[in-house]
Design a protein around this ligand. Sequence first.
Ligand code: CTP
Length: 425
Amino acid sequence: MTQQRVLLIVSGGIAAYKALELVRILRKRGVAVRAVLTESAQQFVTPLSLGVLTEDQVFTHLFDLKDEQEIGHIQLSRQADLVVVAPATANILAKMANGIADDLATTLLLATDKPVLAVPAMNVRMWHHKATQRNLERLHADGVHVMTPDDGAMACGEYGKGRLPEPEAIALEIERLLALPRGADPLAGQPDFASDAQRLSTSLETNGSLQGRHILITAGPTHEPIDPVRYIANRSSGKQGFAIAAAAARAGARVTLVAGPVHLPTPAGVDRVDVETARQMLAAVEAALPADAAIMVAAVADWRTADAADQKLKKDGSGQPAPLALVENPDILATLGRHAQRPALLVGFAAETQQIAAHARAKLAKKGADWIVANDVSGDVMGGDANAVQIVTAAGIESWPSLPKGEVADKLIEKVAHALSALVD
Ligand code: CTP
């Protein structure tokens, strides 16, 4: 089996030292790593230490003629199976989002035809800054895989989201992406991937009923920032959506799972895109089209703040809370319902506490969906392990007994597979 190859681009941030540990883990697992250091990254780690760990030459300059003769930058960017930017600073994300190529690292990122994983790390305020969030939306839409940074204390003394995920977690994500069949990646599909696709295809056992289909799933809540430390959220755990993604992969589908912030492992064989806000979720969903079926399980926040504050909102001593102006978020399900690339089968979920069937019927029409899976959330469904659902379609209502979420997922995927084969026949 050919050795898998990662091109690791280290950009300049205090977390750059963690790239050394990441290389050590990847090398231990048999992955070849070739490293590129940006100029500012060299303030934090040296080419020498990276070179020792990668057992390879470390590249730093675009116009190093000797290197250009031996290995052109186009070649360098294409010899890898996956390009990883870790840590990815706000600066390099901004350049990537805008196609700027002014050094070796960014030139490689523009020249590559391979999947790209960015692992951001930055100060919490830089992370929440509108410019960074805008750049992330664009990168999601471009098909770049972006890991969500960890929450925690920062080197600068502040606390919040922006810490580089642990090297072990990054290595797991790299292994997951390397295991994807190449056609599953929005940036892939190059002819020279044909043999790689076979080599990299997962050993997942499938029942084959969704073989050759692309199923798009949303799951979890969305977080809508109020200020750098607060956000609007809901109690969705993501468990039902993740169970459906796992069931679809077991049925042989290519699965794209667009996940809001949840603490759940990625199911085997599933291509996961992590997002935070409703607008990022919409961008990721549209980027994943076309799909044969879309199952929108996410509990998308209906509202976001009109203007997320750049600084933490403070009490002003008057005893009056700061006013919070809200605006409506885009409806992802309804957007797909009228989309030029509308999936052949569009399934929505409806969380209701009363008049379940009536409300679900109304949603079917309003959002242009084919089915609404209505669940009664008056109990402990959100976060719990069982779910009692009713499937509302134009043909009528099917009521299922209370079942573990895994069984609801299997039954639903079986129904989706049936419906899709009926559509084709
Ligand atoms: N949904 C979506 N985008 C939104 C809101 C909801 O894609 N901005 C999707 C959900 O993923 C789900 C379905 O729409 O599949 C129903 O969501 P729900 O919150 O129950 O419906 P709402 O339209 O928000 O109606 P209401 O809050 O009045 O119940």
